[in-house]
Design a protein around this ligand. Sequence first.
Ligand SMILES: *Cc1c(COP(=O)(O)O)cnc(C)c1O
Length: 400
Amino acid sequence: MMENKETIIKEAEENVLHTYNRYQVVLDHGDGVYLCDTDDNKYLDFAAGIAVQALGYHYPGYDEALKGQIDKLMHTSNLYYNEPAAEAAEKLVRMSGMSRVFFTNSGTEAIEGALKAARKYAWLKDGKNDHEIIAMNHSFHGRSMGALSVTGNEKYQAPFRPLIGGIRFADYNDLESVKAQFNERTCAVILETIQGEGGIYPATEEFLKGVKALCEEHDALLILDEIQCGMGRSGHLFAWQEYGVKPNIMTCAKALGCGVPVGAFVLDEKTALGSLAPGDHGTTYGGNPFVCAAVSKVLDIFEQDHIVEHVQEVGAYLQEKLDALVDKYDCIAARRGKGLIQGLVIQGRPVGEVVLKSMDEGLIVITAGSDVLRLVPPLVITKDHVDEMVEKLERALTKG
Ligand SMILES: *Cc1c(COP(=O)(O)O)cnc(C)c1O
């Protein structure tokens, strides 16, 4: 007999540290691109566990690959080789055109590794300990101390100072403001190719190319955070590929394992050879056979089932439908985004209210920033699912 919703919520609130104000639903299982709660309510999922479940729930072959690995070997530590990690690394390196990968357990850890690699790269060049990193206002890179230090959000940073030193902030999509922060100590610039949590702001081509040129001029590293916008979501496997601006280090997580906790920082040849060496960095769990079996299977599915091409097609359709909503409703001021990472700017009413009303209509959506409705569905949605989402969202906007 399943425990009821109130009991489960009460038990959680009495035992789990209260760091989230959660929606009052208890999710029970997933099916394709739908989620079911413990009261048997069904929701069309346009959040995907915050851009994680790129393949939805129970995609053919995925569960079997994981179950097979559970029966063989879950964990070994990084003192030994294992086949799933070797395979996952080969696929990620080949598909990104980068050179070496380090697997982590989360996005924030991928950022930590990228920051350490940048500092080490600069230190190997001049032996100094005063190197600076330029990060962006309204960015989000995670909650650990290093990642928080480059997250340009006063609310997140304030209670936790002192943070790591040598970080300067510039304005996203404002090349002059980045230029103003550059000096001979600058060792890296870190930014999201598409800002996610900050409100779904894609980089402009001029900005990204300009930052890359500044980095090259100063031999500083470009770190692109692809944790949310990567893995096909933008309509390219990695969002930077559309711009033709290759980073020195990119960070991945979220959809990389489609539900298992795994992240990665991936380095180009120059950075891989000239930064972290044995003893500099490590992880007990990172890249274990279980999570790497997932990464390996996910990358196979992306290739074999042409997931990125599908995102281009269904993303264009979604964009068209969202633009029509911007025209139709005064409470929607604008749309921003690419492919299947889209934001609607809500005005005249709290965006949180739209989320709650959508859930009442059987649609899961989330927010970004203070006024943006964020749509990051599984990448495997069809045009019919887009139509169903629009119907539900319109009901949420017009009812009551
Ligand atoms: C989610 C996110 C992170 C942090 O990832 P975690 O796995 O939550 O630590 C970092 N950067 C971006 C762009 C993200 O969206």
